[in-house]
Ligand binder design. Structure first.
Ligand code: ARG
Length: 632
């Protein structure tokens, strides 16, 4: 009937255009299907008034008005209750029965593609996702990133874009020089073999703590001058040794590279275990080291200097100056207007007497010792994504802690001439613990492992207690899926921008507005369908039998594509999570009020409605990376 209605509309439009005195051949594609719950647009609309207006040299609004009048004079096509005109478009509104039929038939016809879009000109999006630093465990901050970015990328893909998920590992930088030094001096092969990440974390913390302690002594003064001098020496020794190791790494010396590779591989192996459990995947694992080792960082430094975008300070460091007015709309290619000249910066330095005191922000790309930094690698990444991927968008799912940094990066990139790529920092709130902010330095973290284990345990208890038809052997895998639903739903549904104080009990709770609630609604739909003798074909049902409760559910099913639109617009999966929860509530009241299986009337209609609802749950949960369950 989707096609029947459209056919009738196309036919009616042909007549109306002719009646209104215009000469234009009407194609099927002139009548477009709109999302179902937009009152203004109606369920179908056409924009032919623009083409006709352009040909005839007339205002499209007037043309649309004429055609709508002709429609009304001729009598509206069957199933259409109203024709309206808005912004030059002609909109067709269906009567509720026609609309119910249309919704169900669309979902039934499109199946798991319901909600997806095909684009004539999709964006090539390269996205930074997860991106932890190596040699440390994954913590809840990474969990939030990994889950949120996975859902979001699924959605962008579903909306027809071409997405590359790049796990931009933090695997390069001075800290790895420090770690190499610490390992060479205090490391233990056996301990590394036993638990590489734990050992490296110990060494990392040891380096940081010693440095902090020595710094304190330096600052507050020691009892004797000799002691103070000894402390300063000791600190300088470690810092210099760390720097030297990083320099060796940058020069590619085997002693440094081999060890570093060991650290990196052990980390990746550990990360992969967690990612597998979470069911997430990446297309690339380029990491910061890739850009440094393959010459991309040298390339951008050279380019920045050659093009006079960056300048050299008196200490031989290299930086791109960023003026206050550069910051406006820095990520938006259309709005970005930046001042790439160095003249202002030179004047400002002259006036202030030093780079530090000058009235601009310096985005460093080379340190005074000649090494590159985080920002150099990010500029190199943009260069690579533009030249190798021809990216339309380079987007970054990274915590809001780095907001200022990304603003600067984007300005620096514009100055370097990367103006055709949309740069977007998809930031999310920081996660802190009830006892304060998380820090790998101080050792205060909750690891992903701890969260998953706690969630598993909780889910196992519940399944054992309440699972109806669950065999003993099935408890573990079932509990795992429920646990993941809890954790994933919680992470995605939280307001993206808001900081979270992480409470593990809350995070693994199965009560209330959770992923398992949505899973459970889906399982209920499956079991209704299972108990039915046969599920009728949607074309055979009689929509005049639907009551208000049914209509409410149908309306929500029709909204689904619009929800995905909103997610795409906001780079956020939360609207989808909220929608699915609402759908679960609406479906539950539908089920309780209408008692599908022993309904006195409309049993067939409601079975068909249950089947389409299950389809929408599957599609939506699938995008969030949550599995549906046949039994629960
Ligand atoms: N590894 C960094 C961190 O843990 C995040 C990297 C984000 N992506 C980027 N392109 N800078 O803080």
């Amino acid at each position: 009937m989707l096609s029947a209605t459209r056919r009738r509309l196309v036919e009616g439009l042909r007549v109306a255009v002719d009646d209104a005195g215009y000469d234009r051949a009407i194609e099927d594609s002139d009548v477009e299907l709109e999302a179902f719950d937009d009152e203004e647009k109606g369920e179908f609309s056409t924009a032919v008034s623009f083409a006709i207006g352009a040909d005839a040299g007339e205002n499209p609004m007037a043309v649309a008005g004429d055609i709508a009048d002709a429609h009304r004079a001729h009598g509206l096509p069957e199933g259409v209750s109203e024709v309206s005109v808005a912004n030059g478009h002609i909109n067709y509104h269906l009567d509720p029965e026609a609309m119910a039929r249309l919704t169900l038939e669309t979902i039934d016809g499109e199946g798991d593609a319901y909600g997806s879009r095909e684009r004539a000109d999709p964006d090539t999006i390269v996205a930074d996702v997860s991106s932890p630093n190596i040699a440390k465990p994954l913590h809840v901050g990474h969990l939030r990133n990994t889950i949120l970015s996975d859902a979001l990328m699924n959605i962008l893909e579903e909306r027809g874009h071409d997405v590359t998920r790049d796990n931009h590992l933090g695997d390069w930088g001075t800290q790895f020089g420090n770690l190499l030094h610490e390992y060479v001096e205090f490391g233990d092969e056996a301990e590394f073999e036993e638990d590489p990440i734990a050992h490296l974390l110990d060494l990392y913390q040891q380096f940081e703590q010693r440095d902090g302690m020595l710094e304190d002594v330096e600052e507050f003064g020691a009892l004797t001058e000799e002691f103070e001098a000894a402390v300063a020496d000791e600190r300088a020794h470690h810092t210099a040794a760390g720097k030297e190791w990083f320099a060796r790494l940058e020069r590619g010396e085997d002693a440094a590279v081999d060890r570093w590779e060991q650290f990196r591989e052990a980390s990746i192996e550990r990360f992969e275990g967690v990612y597998d459990e979470l069911g997430v995947d990446f297309d690339r694992w380029l990491g910061e080291s890739f850009y440094a080792r393959e010459g991309w960082t040298d390339g951008v430094v050279e380019k920045a200097l050659d093009e006079d975008v960056a300048m050299r300070g008196p200490d031989e460091s290299v930086f791109i100056p960023i003026y206050d007015d550069d910051y406006e709309d820095a990520g938006d290619p259309e709005a970005a207007s930046v001042d790439a000249s160095l003249d202002r910066a030179r004047e400002m330095v002259d006036e202030a007497g030093s780079v530090e005191d000058a009235d601009f922000d310096a985005f460093y790309i080379v340190k005074s010792d000649g090494s590159t930094v985080y920002g150099t690698r990010d500029l190199a990444t943009i260069d690579y994504r533009v030249s190798e991927f021809d990216a339309d968008q380079s987007v970054y799912v990274v915590a809001s802690e780095q907001n200022r940094y990304f603003q600067q990066l984007f300005v620096a990139a514009r100055k370097m001439g990367y103006t055709d790529v949309r740069l977007e920092h998809i930031d999310y709130g920081m996660i802190s613990l009830p006892e304060g902010s998380m820090s790998t330095r101080g050792g205060q973290i909750v690891t992903v492992r701890e969260v998953l284990d706690a969630a598993d345990e909780r889910a196992r208890d519940i399944v054992r207690e309440k699972g109806r038809n669950v065999e003993d052997d099935d408890i573990e895998p079932l509990a795992r899926k429920i646990a993941l639903a809890t954790v994933k739903y919680g992470m995605v549904a939280a307001n993206r921008g808001k900081d979270i104080t992480f409470d593990i009990d809350e995070a693994v709770s199965l009560e209330g507005d959770t992923g398992p609630y949505v899973q459970y609604a889906t399982t209920r739909a499956y079991s209704i369908l299972d108990s039915a003798e046969a599920v009728p074909d949607v074309v055979d049902i009689d929509p005049s039998l639907f009551n208000d409760t049914d209509y409410d559910l149908i309306y929500h099913l029709g909204r689904y594509p619009l929800v995905l639109d909103r997610c795409e617009e906001r780079y956020d999966a939360a609207p989808l999570a909220h929608y699915l929860l609402e759908l679960a509530h609406v479906f539950n009241s539908f089920y309780h009020k209408n008692r599908v299986l022993d309904a006195e009337s409309a049993a067939e209609e409601r079975l068909a409605l249950t089947a389409t609802t299950a389809q929408v749950f599957e599609n939506g949960l699938g995008l969030l990376g949550i599995e549906t369950l046949a039994e629960m």
